[in-house]
Design a binder for this molecule. Structure first.
Ligand SMILES: [Zn+2]
Length: 412
């Protein structure tokens, strides 16, 4: 038995490891050229599972203020994510009758990638986004945005000012709040009677089944199953009445929640069905979690084996993308410019900078056409279909794609 930290939800002591990825820098702290010779802070990436409430989690080593106040992630750089946001908006309008008389609040609204679609329908919205640089980009799109962290305090202020939400949205934020109880309590306060919350986050069952260890990073404090998130919501007087399984980020859940006492919504069959599958899959047993670490090590060995052989054969390899998950993979596997000459990204913020820890230069996408690498290692593998389509021209010089997860695979 290990003696770990305490569970962020139920406060029990954490004695079970899911995986220990060693030390890593913050995955979004890209470096400018003049920073390359300075010390870089590295923090542990040690993931635990709570035996009592089943929440899979990473200790909070770094404050959210340090992580999120200036953020390099702009949601609007992914075409498929914009499409996802547009479809979501249409479905919420159709299914729940969200209209001009409603008030929609998105927590961690990023650059307004989603709320812009509600704005186009004339529906009043407010984004809450702590990173000033991305919030600015939302305001330029016509999405009113508050530069704040969300929690009980802000929710009470909003409610005191007469603001209650018919729809509270949170995409890939629930996993990123260190004080989970404060955040969920805040949503309970902000939600109008009869209102709905939808939250999307990666499904920990997919993470484990499909070996997505690179989706673990310091900004990502919690990894939920439906069973664990339901406990947390119930504790705060919220009830999950529906759930969808989405392909985004390698397999996400979208949960639909309402007030516990909302008699107009009953718990749907998808909730009952998925919970049964999680139990049958082993998610309530500790041995399910304890075998993951060894699979992760084997994935690293296989990827390195492939890269070493390619380099010995005289091949050139470039990366595609510089996402957060890429940095966990690169640091854990020790992949630096000895394997990847450079990587590219569509986000101009990252051009001329270097990946944290591994110091791989990040260029505009056009660099691929200029240097014609033999292999392109796709770091945001969740977007591999979109990327292989956009980059299909590499085949004209015999270039091939490498997808590292769930295990190394080459696409001609
Ligand atoms: Zn717990």
């Amino acid at each position: 038995m290990e003696k770990g930290p305490n569970c962020r939800f139920c406060k029990s002591s954490l004695n079970h490891t899911l995986v220990d990825l060693g030390m890593s820098p913050l995955c979004e702290s890209f470096l400018a050229a003049e920073q390359l010779n300075r010390m870089e802070p590295f923090y542990p990436l040690h993931v635990y599972v709570c035996e009592r409430c089943l929440l899979v989690q990473l200790e909070e080593y770094v404050s959210p203020e340090a992580i999120f106040s200036e953020y390099a992630y702009f949601s609007s750089f992914s075409d498929s994510w914009l499409q996802h946001a547009k479809q979501y908006t249409e479905s919420m309008i159709e299914r729940f009758g969200i209209n001009k008389n409603c008030f929609v609040v998105e927590l961690a609204s990023n650059d307004g990638y989603l709320l812009q679609y509600f704005v186009r329908e004339g529906i009043p919205v407010l984004g809450v986004e702590p990173a000033a640089n991305v919030a600015q980009s939302a305001v330029e799109k016509g999405v009113p945005t508050l530069v704040r962290f969300f929690g009980e305090k802000l929710a009470s202020e909003m409610k005191g000012g007469g603001q209650s939400a018919d729809l509270v949205i949170g995409n890939n934020v629930l996993a990123q709040v260190p004080d989970l109880n404060d955040f969920v309590k805040g949503m309970k306060i902000l939600l109008k009677p009869g209102g709905i919350i939808t939250m999307e986050f990666p499904h920990v069952m997919k993470l484990i089944e499909e070996n997505q260890f690179d989706t673990i990073y310091h900004e990502h404090f919690s990894y939920f199953s439906l069973i664990s998130v339901e406990k947390i919501f119930a504790f705060h007087g919220l009830r999950i009445f529906d759930v969808e399984e989405l392909p985004t980020h390698g397999g996400s859940l979208r949960i639909y929640a309402c007030h516990q006492d909302d008699s107009t919504r009953s718990i749907g069959e998808h909730v009952i069905g998925l919970k049964a599958r999680e139990v049958a899959g082993g998610l309530t047993r500790m041995d399910y979690y304890s075998s993951f670490g060894e699979r992760v090590k084997e994935t690293k060995r296989k990827l390195l084996e492939f890269l070493i052989k390619a380099k010995r054969d005289g091949k050139s390899i470039s990366g595609y993308g510089a996402p957060g998950k890429g940095n966990t993979l690169l640091n854990y596997c020790g992949i630096r410019t000895d394997f990847l000459d450079y990587t590219v990204d569509r986000n101009p913020y990252k051009h001329g900078r270097f990946t944290p820890g591994t110091h791989i230069p990040i260029h505009p996408v056009d660099a691929i056409k200029e240097t014609r690498p033999d292999y392109l290692l796709i770091l945001p593998w969740n977007l591999k279909d979109e990327i292989m389509k956009q980059m299909s021209f590499i085949r004209t010089w015999g270039g091939q794609f490498i997808v590292p997860i769930p295990e190394v695979r080459v696409y001609r």
